[in-house]
Design a protein around this ligand. Structure first.
Ligand code: PLP
Length: 449
């Protein structure tokens, strides 16, 4: 019974990113099964998943081929590591497949169990790279405020979430942050093009302030996801690329959300023409069916590191079951032309349906790229004003109304974000947008009182 499950959950289960007091009052929703773009809870309610879990179930729920791939692999070789000159077929095949899909000369994969672990790998690998190159003083990472790169000490430091930093005294030394290219919220009187350039040039200013001989890398998501689906102005990435090239700064693209079809490309970097030295991958690599992540590394960095031992690795680096499931997931993405579906059907339909929310009195902007979208909530559309109440209140109220209308949509401050499974149909996109509009109407009524 649900009440019993909730009581046990409250007594013993510590939830990630959850206000424990609120949880105790209401209890958690118990999700019991899923299929396609839908979830069901323990009370039998059908819920539309506008977030693909945590931005990860790209091929949708219920694909038995992935369960079969896992079972086959578990029977054959359930575990072996890839340390000390051993390897196995799933890790070999997956690394080779990722190298085929990745742009440019990103031909090498260091596996991890998650995006957080992969970003920790990046921190260590980049510093080691510069040391091997004879520039050990190049250690500083530049990242962006409000970014999310994971929850370990290293990856939470790379992230720019104030609330995370305030717990436990982060960031770690050697990690600094510049502003995000969030025109709607922070662009003031500038045009998006001017603002994109101004924000990119903060990278140059920071490099000059620190000294280019100290800066190791810049890390960013092509589109900042958990920071609120911040789609940068077109001027932003070319300028970032120019600056990284000019000052010999490694560029790390965190593709944990943007990768594997989310923007209509295999990687979000391809959407903007970014040429990263390293990409962080996770989530959509296995559509979340198994925990797996990794760092995809260019020839130059891999070559430099190939002359001695890099003292780094995880018990589950290249886990055979996770790798077999990821391979099956990539096969489905390709053979069913799911990127084609995104580009020809789902993304154009979503772009139009989603943009229609811009006429809502609570909505300032309604934007999307591929199947990644956001609306900014505002009390005054003309001035792009922010709510006076505690930041996030409007978003929190709207998220609750989405939930009450059986739609999972997330809020980041006063931005509502969506990232549905890539297989979503036009009919379900219309349903998603209709439920979002109902939730916005209800939130509007609540926020006015
Ligand atoms: N990087 C980005 C951009 C993410 O969105 C996330 C998770 O949401 C991570 C890294 C961390 O990944 P994980 O939760 O698998 O550790």
């Amino acid at each position: 019974p649900t009440a019993e499950l909730r009581a046990l959950d409250a007594a013993h289960h510590m939830h990630p990113f959850t206000d424990a007091a609120a949880l105790e009052k209401k209890g958690a929703r118990v999700i019991t099964r899923a299929d396609g773009v839908r979830l069901w809870d323990s009370e039998g309610t059908e819920i539309l998943d506008g977030m693909a879990g945590l931005w990860c179930v790209n091929i949708g729920y219920g694909r038995t081929e992935l369960a079969d791939a896992a079972a086959r692999q578990m029977r054959e070789l359930p575990y072996y590591n890839t340390f000390f000159q051993t390897t196995h077929v799933p890790a070999i095949a997956l690394a080779a497949r990722i190298a085929e899909l990745a742009p440019g000369d990103l031909n090498h994969v260091f596996f991890a169990g998650s995006g957080s672990e992969a970003n920790d790998t990046n921190l260590r690998m980049v510093r080691h790279y510069w040391a091997v190159k004879g520039k050990p003083e190049k250690t500083v990472f530049i990242s962006r405020k409000n970014a999310y790169h994971g929850s370990s000490m290293g990856s939470a430091s790379l992230g720019g979430m104030q609330a995370m930093h305030s717990q436990g005294g982060l960031p770690l030394p050697g990690i600094v942050h510049i502003d995000q290219p969030y025109w709607y919220g922070e662009g003031g009187d500038m045009t998006p093009a001017e603002f994109g350039l101004a924000r990119a040039r903060q990278l140059e200013e920071k490099i000059l302030e620190l000294g280019e001989d100290r800066v190791a890398a810049f890390i960013a998501e092509p589109i900042q996801g958990a920071g609120g689906v911040i789609i940068p102005p077109e001027t932003y990435w070319p300028e970032i690329q120019r600056i990284c090239d000019k000052y010999e700064i490694l560029l790390v693209a965190d593709e944990v959300i943007c990768g594997f079809g989310r923007t209509g490309h295999w990687f979000g970097s391809q959407h903007f023409g970014i040429r990263p030295h390293i990409m962080t991958i996770a989530k959509g690599l296995s559509s979340g069916y198994q925990p797996i992540g990794g760092s995809v590394v260019c020839d130059e960095v891999a070559e430099t590191l190939s002359h001695g031992e890099f003292y780094h690795g995880y018990t589950y680096s290249g886990h055979p079951v996770a790798a077999a499931v990821a391979l099956e997931n990539l096969r489905i993405l390709e053979e069913e032309d799911i990127l084609g579906h995104v580009n020809r059907v789902a993304a154009p339909h979503l772009a139009e349906a989603w943009a229609s929310l811009a006429d809502h009195p609570l909505v300032g902007e309604a934007v999307s790229v591929g199947l990644l979208g956001a609306v900014a909530l505002t009390p005054d559309k003309a001035t792009r004003a922010k709510f006076a109440a505690e930041p996030g209140t409007a978003g929190f109220v709207t998220r609750e109304r989405c939930f009450a209308n059986n739609l999972v949509m997330r809020h980041v401050g006063d931005r509502m974000v969506i990232s549905p499974p890539l297989i979503i149909t036009p009919g379900d996109i219309d349903l998603l947008v209709a439920r979002a509009r109902t939730a916005l109407d209800e939130a509007h009524a609540i926020l006015r009182t």
